[in-house]
Design a protein around this ligand. Structure first.
Ligand code: OSB
Ligand code: MG
Length: 367
């Protein structure tokens, strides 16, 4: 496609309830949305980065600036742009995978729309609906956690993920397991622990968890392999996996038995598919993570989650779990599942009125 320019929106959308993890509390989702405009139409992508660099080194003001100053201009003067070439063109610039992913997705969406091809079909999806879990933040008390989990189970979520940290691990997990019995239950530490905590983490084996997500630092694959030898709960990596090469190393080292694929974290949906393929070849199950996306990012995540290797329920929750008013028609849970969009590209576009309401800054970068 011939790219004419890119519009970069910074948006702020209030969350229906505060989301607390080991790295901080979010009450508003700040995000960058990218609109790629070509001769044959336009496309959208959402950047997973949030207001502060707490989950990873990326954050929205940096993503918006890098897109405007470096990434979009790098695509200039290329004539016809194949979306599969975007990552290669941007590869001299180190890191910033979430910003790159948003740009690649917008261009891919525009290209697929122009050819009337759904993203799910382009990626090789085999399902028309996917099983959904929910990520439950740290609450002030255990009764408040039990209430939250109770509500999500009543909504129909087929698995529960609890956020854990020092001082909020064995007891809340025990309480949820005792109260709700034989549910699919997993935990996510967002890298809160260290090698000195291995004996403590091994106590989680008592609770029959489906997986323990990212217990140690992103760069400590060796520590995860040590922990994996001491614990029977499968280890799943999130922050550590930034590319297919990272996934290959982690699997080779025995650092994980499961991979959380977040398209932004790994630089986009095309790299996500490569990680998926690698994991399938190694017999490693994958699932689709989330970054509290609006309907724009959620639509694309559902397309990815419909690939055959996504055998575990993901963090692709319904719009109402995050937002009073979403950017797109609300994604709803039906019988614990969500329908994969069938329209061309990502299958949705932002509602103009909602976008206007939540946009705090906007820039047009002509090419
Ligand atoms: O570690 O998976 C994570 C949200 C923001 C940053 C990191 C994570 C999360 C979640 C929520 O767990 C996933 C979602 O519902 O989008
Ligand atoms: Mg995680």
């Amino acid at each position: 496609m011939k790219l004419e320019g890119v519009e970069i929106h910074t948006i702020r959308m209030p969350l229906v309830s505060p989301f607390r993890t080991s790295f901080g509390t979010e009450t508003v989702r700040e995000a960058v949305l990218v609109r790629a405009v070509g001769a044959d139409g336009e496309g959208w992508g959402e950047c997973g980065a949030s207001a502060l660099p707490l989950y990873s080194s990326e954050y929205t003001p940096a993503a918006a600036a890098l897109l405007a100053d470096v990434l979009v201009p790098a695509l200039g003067g290329r004539g016809d742009l194949d979306p599969h070439r975007v990552a290669g063109i941007l590869s001299p610039f180190k890191g910033h995978r979430q910003a790159k992913a948003a740009l690649e997705t917008a261009i891919l969406d525009a290209d697929l729309r122009a050819r009337d091809v759904p993203l799910s079909y382009h990626l090789g999806a085999v399902k028309d609906r996917v099983a959904c879990g929910v990520s439950v933040g740290i609450t002030p008390t255990i009764p408040a956690l039990l209430d939250a989990v109770d509500g999500y189970l009543a909504d129909g979520y087929v698995r529960i993920k609890l956020k854990i940290e020092h001082g909020w691990d064995l007891e809340p997990v025990r309480a949820v397991r005792e109260r709700f019995g034989d549910i699919l239950l997993q935990v996510d530490a967002n890298a809160a622990y260290g090698r000195a905590d291995i004996e403590h983490l091994a106590k989680l084996d008592a609770f029959d968890l489906s997986l323990l997500e990212q217990p140690l630092s992103a760069d400590d694959l060796g520590g995860h392999a040590m922990l994996a030898r001491r614990i029977s709960t499968p280890i799943c990596l999130d922050e550590s996996i930034l590319s297919a090469a990272h996934a290959a190393h982690a699997i080779e080292l025995g650092a994980c038995r499961i991979v959380n694929i977040k398209p932004g974290r790994v630089g986009g949906y095309l790299e996500s598919r490569r990680i998926h393929d690698l994991c399938v070849a190694h017999g490693v199950p994958v699932w689709c993570g989330g970054m509290l996306e609006t309907g724009i990012g959620r639509a694309a995540n559902l397309a990815l989650a419909a690939l055959p290797g996504f055998t575990l329920p993901g963090d692709t929750s319904a719009s109402e779990r995050y937002y009073e008013t979403d950017m797109t028609p609300p994604f709803r849970l039906e019988d614990g599942h969500m329908t994969v969009p069938t329209g061309a590209g990502i299958g949705v576009t932002p509602d103009a009125a909602v976008l206007d309401e939540v946009t705090v800054s906007r820039a047009w970068i002509p090419l």
